[in-house]
Design a protein around this ligand. Sequence first.
Ligand code: HEC
Ligand code: HEC
Ligand code: HEC
Ligand code: HEC
Ligand code: HEC
Ligand code: HEC
Ligand code: HEC
Length: 348
Amino acid sequence: MIIACGGWTAAGANAGPAELAGTAACVTCHRDKVSTYGATGMSNALEAAATCDILKSHPKLEFRDGKYSYEITRQGDGSTYEVSDGEKKLTVPIRWAFGLGQAGQTYLFQIDGSWYESRVSFFNEIQRLDITIGAQTEKPRTLVEAAGEVLNRKQESECFGCHSTGGVHQGSVEAATLVPGIQCENCHGSGARHVQALKTGDTANFAMPKLSAMTTEEMSDFCGRCHRTWAQIAANGVRGVVNVRFQPYRLTNSKCYDAADPRIRCVACHNPHEGRVRETSYYDSKCLACHGAGRSRATTAARVAKMCPAAKRDCVTCHMPKVDLPGAHHRFSDHEIRIARKNDPYPD
Ligand code: HEC
Ligand code: HEC
Ligand code: HEC
Ligand code: HEC
Ligand code: HEC
Ligand code: HEC
Ligand code: HEC
């Protein structure tokens, strides 16, 4: 079981097309998108230890769990992961940091050619290490188990498939072609022909697939390739608050969701080329696009007063409550839009 990232893996996640032009090849013509995208979580969903800001700014991280002690130490351009049971010590270099760390960051290292996921992760809210989400209940019997969980080939390719671009071919991770993070072509498909066509004036091969033409349902499934689809969560029976991080599932369950209405597409509220907006007032117009409809002459306040007896702004603070995911040290915004009364059970 993959533990850092939601409790189980998705089938079919891939790391983008085999033939990549690379994000640098888009900059001359799509400068605005390339420049905003570079700072997003998705763009930085995977980082080499050498360039990872969290590892650089926290040169020594320590943690203890029972007889096991953990240390992540910066040394030159790299970081080492050291686990001790009081008698023996295991020291390995950290290869990859998974996640920009908006909620948390988990580390991957290798022992005898196999990939391992670190048993401890860095959590943004507490600014220190704690047990990786999902691993809390596991009782390590050996030093290696205390260091982390070994990934089989399928898990390996899925982890890299959702967090990087161009590095998974026929179910195997290929370090030589892997580009960290979710790059333009992971979503848009190969841009190689597009770029070449622009150079040579070959109009037949110019067009990129039009992602804006996707319906609401197609968009949920498209983003759900990594964020998980409604069908995957329904079939896997992930119930209770642990499913709050699977936005396509939560959103589809809400009364606001209409598979054909573009006003409730993921991109109605999120520009995939920019980090998510954290000001709650930004989302008011998104809600009012539906809830205010049909009374265009009334002022915004008057329309909302009719529709919501409780408040006129900052809709998401009450109707998309932030839910604490145990062990994640992070509160996820519940995409099941609803009247959320205190003491109501979490609807799953
Ligand atoms: C030499 C200039 C140039 C380069 C380089 C370039 N593009 Fe484009 N791209 C264009 C032009 C021109 C359009 C059409 C613009 C329009 O229709 O508004 C376009 C359109 C697109 C579209 C829109 C598809 C749609 O209609 O929704 C996407 C997606 C796209 N490019 C992605 C990329 C990616 C990814 C790269 C890098 C791998 C890239 N482009 C490199 C010039 C370029
Ligand atoms: C290839 C996998 C993949 C696809 C496809 C994908 N995402 Fe993501 N997304 C991620 C990962 C991984 C993260 C976590 C990044 C991090 O913080 O390290 C993320 C984070 C996010 C965030 C929070 C990031 C922030 O900067 O605040 C939003 C919002 C988001 N995705 C929206 C979308 C939308 C909308 C789509 C579809 C248009 C989409 N994603 C498609 C993998 C993906
Ligand atoms: C099916 C796609 C998928 C797989 C497989 C996957 N992830 Fe993720 N991961 C995501 C998405 C989407 C997010 C953002 C939403 C969230 O936090 O749940 C994310 C977020 C994260 C975060 C938090 C990032 C942040 O900025 O807070 C970490 C850490 C992480 N993943 C680690 C891993 C590790 C380690 C593996 C493999 C052992 C893995 N993930 C496998 C899709 C995936
Ligand atoms: C997480 C998936 C994702 C990533 C990564 C991504 N895009 Fe997009 N892009 C989309 C979606 C979805 C749309 C359609 C948006 C809409 O319908 O509002 C889009 C639309 C576009 C368009 C056409 C519409 C417009 O706004 O002009 C261009 C051009 C484009 N993207 C270029 C890029 C470039 C360049 C990068 C890399 C810097 C990139 N995209 C990265 C998902 C993505
Ligand atoms: C695509 C249109 C659409 C959008 C966008 C939308 N809603 Fe809705 N919403 C609906 C519809 C339709 C219903 C169901 C009305 C009914 O059943 O009477 C609904 C129901 C609701 C309800 C009542 C739910 C319940 O449990 O009874 C609340 C609260 C709500 N919406 C708030 C919001 C908020 C807040 C936003 C923005 C974050 C939003 N909606 C965005 C269409 C939308
Ligand atoms: C302070 C919390 C709060 C905020 C902010 C808020 N609401 Fe509400 N909303 C409620 C509560 C509580 C109810 C249920 C009222 C009742 O049934 O007595 C409700 C009810 C609703 C309903 C269902 C009405 C019905 O008759 O079924 C809709 C739709 C709605 N709100 C939309 C919105 C929108 C849109 C916004 C932002 C413009 C918003 N709300 C802001 C707390 C809030
Ligand atoms: C009606 C508006 C709306 C729609 C539609 C919507 N989101 Fe969100 N999303 C939000 C809000 C509000 C937040 C919280 C922003 C904040 O406070 O940081 C959020 C946060 C997120 C996050 C960050 C996770 C967290 O809570 O830390 C991800 C990932 C995400 N959305 C993905 C998606 C995906 C995928 C879809 C489509 C299935 C989607 N969203 C549709 C409003 C929306």
